[in-house]
Design a protein around this ligand. Sequence first.
Ligand code: OGA
Ligand code: NI
Length: 289
Amino acid sequence: MHKKKNQPALPAAAAAAASEIVDECELPLIDLRPLILAGGSAEEREKCKTEMARASEEWGFFQVVNHGVSPEILDRMRREQVKAFKQPFDRKKEEDDSAIEQFATTVADLAQKLAGILAEKYLGRKSTFFQDNCAPSTCYLRMNRYPPCPMPPAAAVFGLMPHTDSDFLTILYQDDQVGGLQLVKDGKCFAVKPNPQALIVNIGDLFQAWSNGVYKSVEHRVVTNPHVERFSTAYFFCPSYDTEIESRCEPSIYRKFSFKEYRQQVQEDVGKLGRKVGLSRFTVNAIYS
Ligand code: OGA
Ligand code: NI
């Protein structure tokens, strides 16, 4: 697992466009009890899997409860994160990492499980693709801190610019009180209401390609709160660099590409164009050269 601590930059341009009225939404809520705890019936498990697949198709986002990551693990993780951000930079290496490691290990299991279920629902059979290609060592954790940012007139401030995630799926542990995450659904922007018990799951670009566009990697962003800071932790479920992503479905929307190729293209685009172009570069009939 790689760890990154970033304090999202707030360039002046980030204080842009978020001025439209944004409705609040509740993400599809999926109770994982039948899958995580013993004792669920086959029927209950199947219903849960179907809900997950449907949410991934319609929203690209859902929230899960009874996910098996205990409140203690979540609390310790967040306390450690807050502490880490408060420490002067040169002290950071000395921090006690066990809370963060424990969180990462538990969430890694959950990510593996959810990805396996979504693969099975898409293919109609079980697949070992994710076990074979996504090990904890190729996944990473990002701890975000969004400082409060007073709103300039008629605009909200982006703590994280609109983007899609470049992974298979992301598990997000967001602040249980302070909202700010917004996502696009049917061309409209919605603010995600925090649910203290839930973890948020979202589909990334690789899963969209792998499922030939069935599961959606949707654009999302974070708007900072004018008064209070917000913390979040994102676990990015990624394959090794040499993993080839292809849908094995005809006609395929995307050409086959390796994760390494994808990452390099994203970096190149961000460097040259100032933004990620993303999956549209990898369609069979790509308009970009
Ligand atoms: C991300 C992300 C959302 C959040 O890190 O990619 O979308 O709420 N984070 O911090
Ligand atoms: Ni994201």
